[in-house]
Every structure is written in structure tokens, then in C-alpha cells.
Design a protein around this ligand. Structure first.
Ligand code: ADP
Ligand code: ZN
Length: 209
């Protein structure tokens, strides 16, 4: 099964993606993670991506589409995969339609008023990528899953978060209609806990087996 996870920054895509990936044995492809890995390793793609990501803007479609195309062509995606953070524009969705067939688009719907706090309070494990919110950490500085050190993403500051939300509204939210028209959209309310969201998502995925 080929799945797309859609939702605003802070909607909880990454959290759901790691659960879905573990439970349904689907490779988790996060364009954000791929860019961050390239930035860490100072590759040419990383250098280019950094200039956009630091401003809360999108990396150009040509670059992003090429990365995804190469990634889903790999052997481990033969029996399905899950995209997290891609597509983010109509042009990316159209490019994707040319190279693959999508079975389901899960849209995590969260009230905008919650997103700023979620993103600015987010801490991420540098080893496994798990996300936490400072309000639930009680001063803990390491990941409860793997022990890795927690850090704050450079783009999780109020100013950059605001541009990411603006970019989402202008460029990514039209995808909801795009996939609704194709009959592929599954909406799930994301104002609740990660557990409640995952319960709904897995009910849907189990019904498609
Ligand atoms: P979030 O969903 O929390 O905003 P991601 O980790 O998915 O974060 O992405 C971080 C940044 O990486 C984005 O703000 C954007 O600059 C870049 N990026 C990720 N995916 C894409 C994409 N599909 N197209 C263009 N830029 C992207
Ligand atoms: Zn971890």
C-alpha cells in the first residue's frame, strides 16, 4: 500500500508516521528528514535546502521531486511506502502521479490555534526522530524510546513557524481538495492524543487489507 500523510506543520505527521511504519512495516519516507540528514552531512543538496528551510520556505520542487523519485524506486518500497511531508504542492502531487499510484491519503486535521505552541515547544530525538512536547517532558533531556539526546529544530522558532504555516495555507492545503476529488482522502481529527489518532488511522488501514 502506498500512503501519503498530509497535515499542517505540527499536525503530528511524524509521530503517526513512525507508528504506522512500525505496525504496518512500511518504509517511512520523510522529505524533511532527508533534507536534515543532507544538511548534517553538508552535501550539495543539504547546502541548498538549508537556505530555504531556515526561512520556513519550501525547497524547490525539482530538487524535492527528484529525491522522492529516487527513494521510492528502491527495493524496500516494492511492497508499499509511506510519504511524510511530500507532496507539499500541487506540482509535486502531479509529478508523483506520473511515477506511482497512491492508495490512500491520510489528512490529519488540527486547529491552527494549537500549532504554534506545538511546534515551538517541540523537542526531537537526534537518534530516532521521535517528537516530544516540553510540557510533557518534566525536565527530561533524553528520548524515552532510545535514550538519544533531545534537541530543538532550528526552524521551530516563532518567526520561522509563522512562515511555515503561511506556506502550508498557500501551497499545501489545496492538496486536500486535490485528493478529495480523486476519492483518496481520509480525514482524521488531530486535536487529540497521538494514541487516539493512531487508533482511528489503524482502523482505516486494517479495513483496507
Ligand atoms: P514540518 O512538517 O514539521 O514543517 P518537515 O520536517 O516535514 O517539517 O519539513 C521541514 C522543512 O523541509 C520544510 O519547512 C521545508 O522547508 C522542507 N521540506 C520538507 N518537505 C518538503 C517538500 N515536499 N517540498 C519542499 N520543501 C520541503
Ligand atoms: Zn530516540
Amino acid at each position: 500500500m502506498n500512503i501519503i500523510l498530509l497535515g499542517a506543520p505540527g499536525a503530528g505527521k511524524g509521530t503517526q508516521a513512525s507508528r504506522i511504519s512500525d505496525t504496518y512495516k512500511l518504509p517511512h519516507i520523510s522529505t524533511g528528514d532527508i533534507f536534515r540528514e543532507n544538511i548534517k552531512n553538508e552535501t550539495p543538496i543539504g547546502l541548498l535546502a538549508k537556505s530555504y528551510i531556515d526561512k520556513g520556505q519550501l525547497v524547490p520542487d525539482e530538487v524535492t521531486c527528484k529525491i522522492v523519485e529516487e527513494r521510492i524506486a528502491r527495493e524496500d518500497c516494492k511492497n508499499g511506502y509511506m510519504l511524510d511531508g511530500f507532496p507539499r504542492t500541487i506540482a509535486q502531487a502531479e509529478a508523483l502521479d506520473k511515477i506511482t499510484k497512491i492508495d490512500l491519503v491520510i489528512n490529519i486535521d488540527v486547529d491552527f490555534s494549537l500549532l504554534l505552541d506545538r511546534l515551538c515547544g517541540r523537542r526531537v530525538c537526534k537518534d530516532c526522530g521521535e517528537s516530544y512536547h516540553i510540557s510533557r517532558l518534566n525536565g527530561e533531556t533524553n528520548c524515552s524510546r532510545c535514550g538519544g539526546e533531545l534537541y530543538q529544530r532550528k526552524d521551530d522558532n516563532p518567526e520561522t513557524v509563522q512562515s511555515r504555516l503561511d506556506v502550508y495555507n498557500a501551497q499545501t492545503s489545496p492538496l486536500i481538495e486535490y485528493y478529495t476529488a480523486k476519492g483518496l482522502l481520509f480525514n482524521v481529527g488531530g486535536n487529540t492524543t497521538p494514541e487516539a489518532v493512531f487508533a482511528e488511522v489503524s482502523k482505516k488501514l486494517d479495513s483496507m487489507k
